[in-house]
Design a binder for this molecule. Structure first.
Ligand SMILES: NC(=O)c1ccc[n+]([C@@H]2O[C@H](COP(=O)([O-])OP(=O)(O)OC[C@H]3O[C@@H](n4cnc5c(N)ncnc54)[C@H](O)[C@@H]3O)[C@@H](O)[C@H]2O)c1
Length: 255
């Protein structure tokens, strides 16, 4: 996508896989400097080698977004290295085992909330402190269509993504006059390792067909399509949109 982020500092959580990795590669191509993190260090190392940078325009660190100390350290490390934080993409997230409402364990519920909600909340707090100090910034939270509508067999996931949209809208209103734009992107099923896990294996093909059937366009999305959306949402061209939870979903939430 022909949007430039020349020397903008972009922080991406969950950059060791899927959307996060793709975003790292595309923002880098568009000129950005990167602060990347994940709990999966092998995945993050692979992202770093795919970036193929010969200078220090990207730093990478282990950060469990549900851990307060890790999140503080990540933000500080980025500021120490680059001096500013222009754009933050709170992308790290997890999906629990698909199961009917009454079969989801409290452990899975708590973990979904810790990573998907507490994680985004703590990242946003640190980002907002820094961006308020700078007087500008852009935050993009990766929610899901499951944050806009119910998601059968994904109750805890759906609740966590609804919460991400609540955090997004509230912060957008609080910081609208502080030159900080905050939006959420809401993808439907896309081909990333998160979804590959569901469509691999014995009943995989049927699951993939079932997933495609609920999407009006009749197919799953790609990481490219989501990252193109992320780039536009984070760019200076998108200067009057804040507090939105924008669906990239092949028409799913229109039906
Ligand atoms: N793929 C889809 O269909 C889809 C649809 C809607 C929303 N999403 C959301 O997109 C985001 C990215 O997912 P993806 O599809 O690229 O999946 P993915 O599994 O490929 O990537 C998620 C990354 O987040 C990291 N992560 C997990 N828990 C973490 C934690 N506690 N701290 C830090 N990092 C952690 C993982 O290690 C992984 O690298 C997630 O928030 C997910 O909920 C995905």
């Amino acid at each position: 996508m022909d949007i430039k982020f020349e020397d903008k500092v972009v922080q991406i959580t969950g950059a060791g896989s899927g959307f996060g990795r793709k975003a790292a590669l595309e923002f880098s191509k568009a000129g950005a400097k990167l602060v990347l993190s994940d709990v999966n260090m092998a995945g993050l190392d692979e992202t770093m080698s795919l970036l193929n940078l010969t200078d220090d325009r990207a730093i990478a660190m282990n950060c469990d977004v549900s851990n307060e100390h890790d999140v503080e350290l990540m933000t500080k490390a980025g500021i120490n290295h680059f001096g500013v934080l222009d754009i933050a993409i709170n992308n790290a997230g997890m999906a629990h085992e698909m199961a009917r409402f009454d079969k989801i364990s409290l452990k899975e519920y708590d973990l979904s909330m810790a990573v998907n909600v507490r994680g985004v909340f703590m990242c946003m707090q640190n980002e907002l402190r820094q961006m308020s100090h700078q007087g500008n910034g852009v935050i993009l939270n990766v929610a899901s269509v499951a944050g806009l509508i119910g998601a059968p067999l994904g109750a805890a996931y759906s609740a966590s993504k609804h919460a991400v949209i609540g955090l997004t809208k509230t912060a957008a209103l609080e910081y609208a006059r502080k030159n900080i734009r905050i939006n959420a992107i809401c993808p439907a099923f896309c081909y990333t390792p998160m979804v590959d896990q569901i469509i691999d294996g014995e009943r995989g093909e049927k699951r993939e067909r079932d997933m495609s059937m609920v999407i009006p366009m009749g197919r799953l999305g790609t990481a490219d399509e989501i990252v193109n959306g992320m780039m536009w949402l984070c760019s200076d061209q998108n200067s009057f949109t804040t507090g939105q939870a924008l669906a990239f979903d092949g028409g799913l939430t229109t039906a």
